[in-house]
Design a protein around this ligand. Structure first.
Ligand code: ADP
Ligand code: TRP
Length: 320
């Protein structure tokens, strides 16, 4: 089984990335050949500062390694180290119906959030399809927001197969139901671009501040509160042991505790949860050549697979 996923270096990674994609991706390393990449080509749709792009890309690689990606078991590489993927994206685009992309909700969401409507943003799902198909991927661990992109990938693979004969495997999304959409501090989906994120590796003061600014309703301290609709409770459920989650639920239902106290409790658990990863991150940082070496090795392996698949594609469609 081949497992593949990518993450954009468009900003610091947050706990939605962690629980939605990185933790499942790390768990899948044991189940097959995993390839994970830093999607720098994708980040170009929103990021135009070369130094920031370089720094973010390195940081995403670092953070992913700190969160448990094991380069002895999985391949970690930079998207742009496999430029053949843009060739495949072009090939797929020649078969992609406009309507398929026009229906993509993430494009519409991004416009609604004020991003500029560039062609790259519009055709982004085609590049993502190429990312997946170029490695003959079977399984793609992602958060729920990416589900439609994987459906588009499957549609494009079917179109290619119908037109040129069996070229591509159809990949399956792997979405964890309990962490498919981690809420941000405003209760909406947590996202780098929505400013509602709690970063995995922010410093203590910053993480505390973000947690303390989680938006709550105006239920008075004494009144019972609804755990199911509370962002505090949802996030606590991700990081606390079962018995402590049950305890917090009871205290919500009983009343008598203010949201401020629950937030403090959440912060403590969050900080503790990520402590081993912070330590691993320091260790990686101490070895100055480690990340570059991992990425170089990853690029080599990713290219081996991509070159093979591209030869198959070029032959099948008449470019060879
Ligand atoms: P962002 O929306 O912050 O820019 P990305 O689009 O780079 O994040 O997402 C990288 C991965 O993390 C994707 O698989 C995505 O589905 C997952 N992810 C991002 N935000 C969340 C969230 N709030 N809940 C669950 N998964 C998420
Ligand atoms: N679109 C994904 C995101 O924004 C990142 C991504 C790019 C990806 N290519 C991919 C994820 C291929 C999985 C497979 O989060």
């Amino acid at each position: 089984m081949r497992i593949l996923s990518g993450i954009q270096p468009s900003g610091a990674l947050h706990i939605g990335n962690y629980f939605g994609m990185m933790r499942p991706a790390v768990a899948l390393q044991a189940e097959g050949e995993a390839l994970y990449f830093v999607a720098d080509y994708h980040a170009l749709t929103s990021l135009r500062d070369p130094e920031t792009l370089r720094a973010n890309s390195r940081r995403v690689a670092l953070d992913f390694l700190a969160c448990g990606l094991d380069p002895e078991r999985a391949t970690l590489f930079r998207h742009s180290d496999v430029p053949q993927v843009t060739e495949l994206a072009w090939i797929l685009s020649t078969l992609a119906p406009m309507g398929l992309l026009e229906r993509a909700t993430s494009y519409k969401d991004k416009l609604a959030r004020g991003m500029s409507a560039n062609v790259g943003l519009f055709s982004y799902p085609i590049l993502m399809a190429a990312d997946i198909l170029i490695y003959d991927s079977d399984v793609v661990p992602v958060g729920k927001d990416q589900k439609q992109h994987i459906e588009i990938t499957r549609d494009l693979a079917v179109k290619m197969n119908e037109t040129y004969g069996q070229i591509f495997k159809l990949p399956e999304p792997r979405i964890q139901p309990e962490t498919e959409t981690v809420p941000g501090i405003d209760g909406q989906k947590m996202s780098k671009s929505y400013g509602n994120n709690i970063d995995i590796f922010g410093d203590e003061k910053e993480m505390r501040k973000r947690v303390m600014s989680i938006v709550t309703d105006s239920t008075p301290v004494d009144a019972p509160k609804d755990p199911a609709s509370s962002t505090i409770f949802k996030l606590y459920s991700l990081v606390a042991p079962k018995n402590e989650i049950a305890e917090m639920r009871e205290r919500f239902l009983k009343g008598g505790t203010g949201y401020g106290d629950f937030k403090k409790q959440l912060f403590e658990k969050l900080w503790e949860y990520f402590a081993p990863m912070r330590q691993r991150r320091e260790e990686i940082l101490a070895d100055r050549s480690y990340i570059a070496a991992v990425l170089a090795r990853g690029a080599k392996r990713a290219n081996e697979i991509a070159d093979r698949v591209m030869e198959r594609v070029r032959k099948a469609i008449g470019l060879r």
